[in-house]
Design a protein around this ligand. Structure first.
Ligand code: PLP
Length: 453
């Protein structure tokens, strides 16, 4: 990808970046245009967007229906708040639409503008809920090693510790359970034994911390940024049953997994058979056209937090912003009109199967994920599953090789991760798989030449 000079100093602070390295460079990578499943750099070079922006551009780039809906909403009402008893038509309409798509116990929606804040809001609401039930000590949160829940002070505490090295967080509130990654953690156990082991870990943790001190368990149906980890079959149901036994609320973090990525509007119930007490979502809600997230709350929790004599002491200026609500409604209409989740059940499987074919390559330890949420883990030795040294930067190497062939994938340590727009055709799927095969083969050759393999 061509790099172009875009600045004379360091005014823009990049996210999750090596700021020191950026200071030494006079260039950044600039994506300046996007259409459908493609993006273009500043020189006009075209790339297949293998990561859907950042796991978010579900209906593809440049959809006029969404852009027009935002523009016409802006002309009618640019902004009004949802504070006090105020609202505007689209905030109300969107909350009703989301309630109609979510599992049937989840009928109340609090809007914010990022997945991080959706998760913060979920926990704040649960803390208030338990305060009102006279259980103010129920504050702790169970999360998992490998989780990613965002990067505010609280959300990053719920995230796996590797994401906050050297930075502070509300870690005293969080206990991390074992990661349900069978490839790395099962160590010879079969799926049933591994599931028992994970359930034991949760039970032991609850007994040690004390259920009277635990508010909730938060989990992504499939972990994304932690390495696209699909838990063993029955995991979410088992975990929810344990939580219910101990009066611990469950938050399903569907920031990535909702709005078609796994072939359903929400995956918690439709794919994993659970009815969480809350679902948080963002990304695919607007396909990234506007920043918006939703914390979807059960009737039971809502009854408590809206009881007589209570106040909802939580609010954000842009909660339910008209432009975001317009984008979300237009985006959902596209998904429904074009049956995108239904189509993903076929095309996502084609993608999944195509990528699984790469497991024959020398350094591909495991291809995992589901539908349009996939990752490839690279290993030095497929038998022992030994990893490459960090300085080999194996994920980066594959991502660079793919980029030079016109495909953007996300390097993630010893992995390459894919979350493309959900409208990929079979030909584009084939193109992606071929580029990845050629890129990984080129990296293998280089490693062999240098004696690194
Ligand atoms: C599962 C999950 N939860 C929460 C977040 C945080 O969302 P945001 O970056 O919008 O704050 C992310 C972001 O990638 C995510 O993948």
């Amino acid at each position: 990808m061509k790099k172009v000079a875009t600045r004379t100093d360091n005014h823009l602070v990049h996210s999750f970046a090596d700021l020191w390295s950026l200071k030494q460079q006079s260039e950044t990578t600039v994506i300046s245009k996007a259409r459908g499943v493609h993006v273009y750099d500043a020189s006009g070079k075209q790339f297949l967007d293998g990561i859907g922006g950042l796991w978010c551009v579900n209906v593809g780039h440049g959809r006029d229906e969404i852009i027009d809906a935002i523009a016409s909403q802006m002309r009618e009402l640019d902004y009004y708040s949802t504070f006090y008893n105020l609202t505007h038509p689209l905030a109300s309409e969107l909350s009703a639409k989301i309630a109609s798509l979510a599992p049937k116990n989840l009928n109340h929606v609090y809007f914010a503008n990022s997945g991080s804040v959706a998760n913060d809001s979920a926990v704040r609401i649960l803390h208030a809920y338990f305060n009102r039930l006279g259980k103010p000590q129920k504050k702790k949160i169970l999360s998992r090693i490998g989780a990613y829940h965002g990067s505010t002070h609280l959300a990053i505490a719920m995230t796996t510790p590797a994401y906050r090295e050297g930075w502070d967080s509300a870690e005293e509130l969080v206990h991390h359970l074992v990661c349900p990654n069978a490839y790395r953690e099962a160590k010879g156990m079969n799926d049933v034994e591994f599931l028992d082991y994970l359930a034991e870990d949760m039970k032991n943790s609850i007994e040690t911390i004390g259920a009277e001190n635990i508010a909730c368990f938060i989990a992504e149906p499939i972990m994304g940024a932690g390495g696209v980890i699909v838990p063993p079959a029955g995991y979410h149901r088992r975990m929810q049953d344990i939580c219910q036994e101990y009066e611990i609320k469950t938050i399903s973090d569907e920031v990535v997994t909702a709005f078609g990525r796994l072939g359903h509007m929400f995956s918690s119930q439709d794919m994993f058979g659970i009815e969480p007490d809350m679902i948080t979502t963002a990304k695919g809600l607007t396909s990234g056209y506007q920043p918006m997230s939703a914390t979807i709350i059960s009737d039971e929790i809502y009854e408590v937090i809206s009881a007589e004599g209570t106040m909802f002491m939580h609010g954000m200026t842009y909660s339910g912003h008209p432009a975001c609500a317009a984008a979300a409604l237009a985006n959902i209409a596209i998904m429904e009109n074009e049956s995108i989740p239904q189509r993903v059940r076929t095309s996502g499987k084609t993608f999944e199967n195509g990528l699984r074919g790469l497991e024959s390559l020398d350094i591909v330890g495991q291809v995992r994920g589901s539908h349009f949420m996939m990752g490839i883990e690279f290993v030095r030795n497929k038998e022992t599953r030994d990893v490459f040294d960090d300085e080999i930067k194996i994920g980066n190497r594959v991502a660079q090789a793919a980029q030079s062939r016109g495909l953007i994938v996300r390097p993630l340590g010893n992995m390459a991760v894919m979350s493309p727009p959900l409208i990929l055709t079979d030909e584009q799927i084939e193109e992606m798989v071929t580029i990845l095969r050629n890129s990984i083969s080129e990296v293998i050759e280089g490693l062999k030449k240098n004696g690194d393999l």
